[in-house]
Design a protein around this ligand. Structure first.
Ligand code: MG
Length: 256
């Protein structure tokens, strides 16, 4: 809008010069540095964390080590059976998913997770959980330390769609971080297709493993995700119960 306004002024200036001097100007008025320097609206100040990984001042704290029920509920909107143990939120087998009471569109998410120190099972059966963005698109949580599985199913994959760029896993029993930047989809006017698909960037333990990938559709266990999907708006964040006692802590989100 500012650009159009500026062009209009330049055009008018040119016409005025022509009318007054009778001369045809040789070109548009010369640009000055201040023509591309804007002060308003002023960029908002945010207090960054003093310790890396902790929440900045404008984040919503989704789990602070104490109360599950303030921000989370089960799939029916009831109190979850997941438990708090040593300041971490721990999945209880059979309790089902948990979801945030709030709903989100575009966001930056920080979440820390830990698979059990005692290794049980292999492949998809070892420390499996997941972070479902808008409840539909899974960033896989798995013990992928010396544990081969299909590449689009290991830790940091966008499940069944994108393998991580590298395997940045720590050992089982150690805390790991995901920093996720998510852009929600926009939908076509008939609501059956993405106008722009969901886009995801993930850092695993500070290492870039998903670089602004475009998703094909909601996560499926069987079959190929399609662009033809149901329209949705803001949706909750969901953590998966895959039967393993995976722990989570220090969960915060910034709406964008
Ligand atoms: Mg999973």
């Amino acid at each position: 809008m500012k650009k159009v306004y500026l062009s209009g002024i330049l055009l008018l200036l040119g016409i005025t010069v022509m009318a007054q001097t009778g001369q045809v100007p040789s070109g548009p008025a010369p640009m000055k540095p201040e023509m591309t320097e804007f002060y308003e609206p002023e960029v908002r100040v945010v207090q960054p964390a003093t310790i890396l990984g902790m929440a900045p001042s404008d984040a919503i704290i989704l789990f602070d080590g104490n109360d599950i029920n303030r921000e989370w509920e089960d799939s029916e909107g009831k109190p979850t059976r997941w438990v708090v143990r040593d300041g971490a939120l721990v999945c209880v087998k059979g309790a089902g998913i948990i979801r945030t009471k709030r709903k989100f569109n575009d966001f930056q998410l920080h979440i820390e997770w830990r698979t059990p120190a005692e290794v049980v099972g292999d492949g998809q059966g070892r420390g499996n959980s997941g972070v479902f963005l808008q409840g539909l698109y899974e960033v896989q949580v798995l013990d992928s330390y010396n544990n081969r599985t299909y590449r689009q199913g290991q830790a940091g994959s966008i499940y069944k769609q994108y393998a991580p760029l590298v395997n940045a896993s720590r050992k089982p029993g150690e805390w790991q971080t995901y920093d996720i930047i998510y852009t929600a989809p926009r939908f076509s006017s008939d609501s059956t297709q993405y106008f722009t698909p969901p886009r995801v960037t993930v850092l695993h333990n500070g290492v870039l493993i998903q670089n602004n990938v475009s998703l094909r559709g909601p996560t499926l266990y069987i079959g190929i995700p399609e662009y033809s999907i149901r329209k949705h708006g803001a949706e909750p964040l969901v953590l998966q119960d895959h039967g393993d006692p995976v722990a989570f802590r220090n969960i915060w989100i910034r709406e964008l």
